[in-house]
Ligand binder design. Sequence first.
Ligand SMILES: [Zn+2]
Length: 289
Amino acid sequence: MEREIVYQKNRVEIVRVTPHLYFRRGDMPARRQSNGAFLVSGEVVATVDATTMEAAEEMLQEAVEVFGHPLRYVFLTHGDGDHVAGLPVFLEQPLTIFCSHRLLGQVVPQGYDGPAAFMGIEGVQTLWLGGLEVELSTVPIAAHSPRDLLIRVVQDGCVVAGDTGVSLDHLYFHAADPVEWARLLREIDARGGSAILPGHGDIYPWSHWKEITDFIDLLVQAGNACLEGLSEEEVSALDDDRATQLAGGYLAGPGASAGTIRDTAGASAERELRMVIQALVRKRTGHTA
Ligand SMILES: [Zn+2]
């Protein structure tokens, strides 16, 4: 679908998805900026994520330049560096910052006394931005991370997904619970909707939830197969090297699943499977990331 690009500067593009929702396409390779978004309703402008210091400065300007009003709200999809590194810029501004309650400890500086206000979200909460209904929801256990926040623009059926809805070669399971992640995506998918705005990749149709779910399921099956012959001691002692070796061994094998993982994730295949193995080990040993 051809969508209107309403702004183009600094290797950033702002693309209109609906009259209330805009995708901010960052340039990760060149400028270390992951994707963000703008939600706009009347005089209210909100943005998603603070990817770098430069990006946060740019977003303050873009709000005024493109949407005609200063930025008022910020939503943080999770706490990975490429989504919150620009937060110090926003802490100097009279903004209200929404994030998962589990992220507050990481993003609110000790003794912070600046102009920004923080709101921790737990479960599902509805927010009215001007006349726009926005549903914020946290994850019960973990998806991409335990600190994920999903932002749904209700009337448009669009979700700003952060890294829960990314491209298939960029899933990163470093703090994930892959089984929970897939379960959550099945729930979101079943509810129906139109577009997904991811932290990495491009604007996706709703069917992308199923693609991610199927791929995570496949990685979990492969990860469990890798761990099958191991004793309990070997599982709890599993380090990076051993996990990489297991993943590499599996992917070099002749199985159809190994081929599908290689074809889907390309150069990231070994990393994705290694991280899933490690996530499954964390789950079994009760360690949290
Ligand atoms: Zn990211």
